[in-house]
Design a protein around this ligand. Structure first.
Ligand code: FE2
Length: 298
């Protein structure tokens, strides 16, 4: 979508997004104060007419933009909506539904591959601060579950020594962005710690499938952390009209496998990213845009 057209949609979303005053307050409360779970779930929101789930991206057509306006209004309350060139061709509102050709690949479009807990774009210098997922259609068998593990819950289970370790030990975070496909493991020389920020209330980033440890000790610590994260996950089974807002600097998330039938009734999700720091990125990169290429350093 061209920038001008998107800005018009964003402007319309802010004015007519459909959120109630109370829901807006919940979003702002979450943004300003957070919560121990690291996510907020708003249920059964009005999303307008949803056509049958398309079979492929080429078939994607959605005349009623109620859900897009809702999602963008929520996104704008949390920060600036952003997109990535490598994700859905730089679209700000991403659509995810099962596609037959990609069923085996562990991408966001897949439906039969269990994804491991991960922080979104942990390797990217422009990491999304929030991830918003809006369910347009639940999978008919209601198998799909989103799991969220928060830093607060993880830290409660971690020893002080482990906390210190993860505040100081760099791991090599690999990029999954290739020129042609996702889920490659590309070394971009991105060495960073798992815990960062204020040691008393640290942010967390991890993506075990895309991290390289420098020692056996570091590898074992990472495996321990992954185990703890799975122990503390909160499962969310999203239904039509549910909006899940995830604090991407204080959580890791994953999704269960689910069945697809390719009959127009499959699961359909919309996703956006919000950043709290767009002006800082503009300053550092010398370029003003909502859509980012791979940025390794700022
Ligand atoms: Fe993800």
């Amino acid at each position: 979508m061209p920038t001008r057209q998107f800005d018009q949609l964003l402007s319309a979303s802010i004015r007519h997004g459909g959120l109630t005053q109370a829901q807006m307050a919940q979003l702002l409360e979450f943004k300003l104060f957070g919560n121990p779970k690291g996510f907020l779930l708003l249920e059964e929101l009005a999303i307008g007419d949803v056509p049958p789930t398309p079979a492929s991206r080429a078939d994607l057509s959605k005349p009623d933009d109620t859900s897009e306006r809702l999602l963008l209004q929520a996104t704008a309350l949390l920060g600036e909506p952003i997109g990535y060139v490598q994700e859905s061709g730089g679209c700000i509102v991403n659509n995810f539904f099962p596609q037959q050709t990609q069923s085996r690949a562990a991408t966001s479009d897949s439906f039969d591959t269990e994804l491991d807990l991960h922080t979104e774009n942990a390797f990217h210098a422009v990491q999304p601060d929030y991830l918003l997922l809006l369910c347009l259609r639940q999978d008919p068998a209601a198998e799909a579950i989103t799991y969220i593990a928060s830093a607060e819950r993880i830290l409660e289970r971690m020893t002080y020594q482990d906390q210190l370790f993860f505040l100081n030990e760099p791991y090599n975070f690999l990029s999954d962005y290739g020129a042609s496909e996702k889920n490659q493991r590309i070394d971009i020389n991105k060495h960073q710690t798992v815990l960062y920020g204020d040691p008393d209330a640290p942010f967390i980033r991890f993506d075990p499938q895309f991290m390289v440890a420098y020692s056996d000790r570091a590898q074992h610590a990472l495996e321990r952390l992954r185990g703890i994260a799975w122990d503390v996950v909160e499962p969310v089974r999203m239904r039509k009209g549910d909006l899940l807002v995830i604090d991407n600097r204080r959580t890791a998330h994953a999704r269960s496998p689910f069945t697809a039938n390719f009959d127009g009734c499959d699961r359909w999700m919309q996703r956006t990213f919000a950043t709290s720091n767009l002006r800082f990125y503009t300053e550092r990169l010398g370029k003003q845009s909502r859509i980012f290429e791979l940025v390794t350093e700022l």
